[in-house]
Design a protein around this ligand. Sequence first.
Ligand code: NAD
Length: 302
Amino acid sequence: MTRINTPFNAKTTAAEILIGVDLTGRRIIVTGGASGIGLETVRALRGAGAEVTVATRNPTGDQRALDLSDLGSVRAFVAGWTGPVHAIVANAGIMALPTRQVAANGWELQLATNFLGHFALITGLRENLRQAGDARVVMVSSGAQLRAPFDFDDPHFEHRPYDPWAAYAQSKTADVLLAVGLARHWAADGVTANAFEPGYIHTNLQRHLDDATMRAVGAMDEEGNLVTPDYYKTPEQGAATSVLLAASPLLDGVTGRFFSDNQEAEVVRGGPDVPAGVAAWSVDPAAADRLWDYALTATADH
Ligand SMILES: NC(=O)c1ccc[n+]([C@@H]2O[C@H](COP(=O)([O-])OP(=O)(O)OC[C@H]3O[C@@H](n4cnc5c(N)ncnc54)[C@H](O)[C@@H]3O)[C@@H](O)[C@H]2O)c1
């Protein structure tokens, strides 16, 4: 398979990705589109003419209600949707909750929000995606997918000690595996699916991190001041790959791939010491199929 290259780099903004691209008539859903990277994704897509639905927990104005950790809320969103969907950007997420929290149905909250809720949303809208003819799914993953494979034996931390980063990491691995699974299962519907990691961006996502962790990720100095190292991105830059995968003609027909800094990433072995790339466990077709079956059963049962 040839690696996809684009003319863009790590600091390209979402608006720059779409220069010369006309998205008039394209209906796009962005989850968690009211803040951070999602907000800039929405702005850029609307700037290019797309009809964008912002799906968020606490809607205001023309936003739509969607709590991804609540399957009832996901089903209500799906039931309220009519007509085609040209792209879903699965952007909403929570990170590194300090203690184990669970959704109303008992699911570990990061897995529920970052992965299982998105799985239910995307599979619920299958017919609407099919209607579009050339729909795209974008899974917003993270460099954290390098830190842990999906734990099929104990996805909800019921039998092992809870670890905030292991929980976040496996949910972000699951997001990549979902893109691989969609590429494998829905190609005949014309649906393509890809995943990416946005890099480091100061957003609300870091609100659960203590000072030691903020220092470890390079976001705080010894005096406790927020800092922005050169490798950090602005939210406009962080949203660039989201927009590239959701709407750029450069990605026509591309599916089942993982991107970083607006280029296709290299497949590497996973591990906490591995700085970049996509972990082999995140794009493993057998794991993708196993996760697909797991998620179908899990979301059907609740
Ligand atoms: N900021 C970074 O450095 C970084 C790095 C890697 C990956 N990411 C990923 O980027 C995505 C966007 O995060 P961000 O950095 O813009 O942070 P953010 O906190 O600004 O955005 C996350 C959004 O998700 C929404 N959300 C959370 N729980 C939800 C639920 N149950 N239902 C519906 N919406 C819910 C939040 O309300 C918020 O709007 C996340 O998936 C995150 O994991 C971010």
